[in-house]
Ligand binder design. Structure first.
Ligand code: CP3
Length: 338
């Protein structure tokens, strides 16, 4: 069994596996090269050869313990019939959400549309060292709803008026989308992925009164589904602060990724012993080597003897130097406690 899986099922408290969110992508020159020739991002995600090649690029450079499939959480709304455009300084914008179309969408059409993603996973698994994990992922129902309904006013604030206006549709979508997310999880596992990560990137925006129904419950349903499939699952409810404690208690994933606003000492004491992943601010990787090593050592010391997967508090930034990533990986892999 590989190191990450050992950690996730509670069989390993000594070694610290490592991988990075957004390790395949924008900071790697070899990715930028492919991207220049493939301007349509969704098309790129639906090209099994290129998606698989991009997924494996970081593993050619660094001794990370996992590959994460090069895809996007928005492939699910795409599979449900919404088209996606990208707007500078705002991010992805989806075509108008049509509830009738959504409710009519059948399972087979959904799977057919996303089949290239599964082909990419199959291809990647074939070319990936058997000691390495292949991580698949989904967006949480809430985080997807934020994009499907266009619920943000700007990059970081919710349009509460729109949320009120759409309340009944949002509630319905949060329930009904779970079915398609389960299909997407299952298809990715059948294709050869062996871990699931659930990105709830906008969990921190959920209004307090909705946190139970919009965050804990949908994540819990999906975690239970993964557990029934015997697939380890990592949750990333970004931005919920102290609510990470109650989240871990209710949702009970195999592992939670903490974001860079969470105090790692606090997390170790308050997350009910659940495996912890990540935490280090991705900006640290823009600093000099000594700063990077010092911060990494801080995490390694705090989580000594605790099930911990080294990662960041969010994805690698575009400005990151690949050599800094390499040095960090080697530092963590060769670290010996004094
Ligand atoms: O430059 C690149 O790396 C190009 C690839 C790209 C991704 N997503 C990779 C990705 C592009 C153009 C997107 C579009 C997109 N999707 C954006 C805007 C642009 C950007 O680069 O961020 C956004 C905001 C989304 C929505 C999205 N995708 C979210 C909220 C998440 C969850 C993680 C997070 O950032 O909070 C994703 C996941 C994602 N996008 C992955 C990849 C390769 C998978 C997860 C991973 O590798 O960690």
């Amino acid at each position: 069994m590989n190191e990450i899986k050992k950690c996730l099922i509670g069989k390993n408290n000594t070694c610290v596996p490592i991988w990075f969110m957004r390790q395949a992508g924008r900071y790697l020159p070899e990715f930028i090269n492919i991207r220049k020739k493939n301007k349509d991002f969704i098309k790129l995600c639906l090209n099994p050869d290129l998606s698989s090649e991009i997924t494996l690029q970081p593993l050619k450079r660094f001794d990370v313990d996992a590959a994460i499939i090069f895809s996007d959480i928005l492939m699910v709304p795409y599979g449900l019939g919404q088209s996606i455009t990208f707007i500078d300084n705002l991010g992805p914008v989806l075509s108008k959400f049509e509830i009738d179309e959504f409710l009519k969408r059948d399972d087979r059409a959904f799977t057919n549309t996303l089949n290239p993603v599964y082909e990419a996973i199959k291809k990647t698994r074939k070319n990936l060292d058997s000691k390495k994990s292949l991580i698949s992922f989904i967006g949480s129902p809430w985080t997807l709803a934020v994009y499907m309904f266009g619920l943000k006013k700007d990059k970081v604030t919710l349009d509460l008026q729109l949320m009120d206006k759409k309340k009944s549709e949002i509630d319905l979508v949060l329930k009904k989308i779970t079915k398609f997310l389960k299909i997407h999880i299952k298809n990715q596992i059948n294709a050869g992925a062996d871990i699931v990560q659930i990105f709830d990137s906008w969990a921190g925006l959920v209004p307090e009164k909705n946190i139970e129904n919009y965050c804990y419950k949908p994540n819990h349903t999906l975690v239970d589904f993964c557990k029934k499939l015997s697939v380890p699952v990592i949750c990333f409810p970004k931005g919920i602060g102290k609510k990470y404690a109650i989240f871990s208690k209710i949702v009970k994933p195999n592992c939670v990724n903490i974001d860079f606003d969470v105090d790692p000492e606090w997390a170790k004491k308050n997350l009910n012993g659940v495996c912890i992943q990540g935490g280090m601010d991705p900006k640290i990787l823009l600093a000099d080597k000594n700063t990077i090593f010092k911060e990494a050592e801080n995490f390694l010391k705090i989580f000594r003897g605790y099930p911990y997967i080294f990662n960041l508090g969010h994805g690698l930034l575009p400005q990151t130097k690949p050599d800094n990533v390499n040095q960090l990986v080697n530092f963590v892999k060769n670290y010996e406690y004094k």
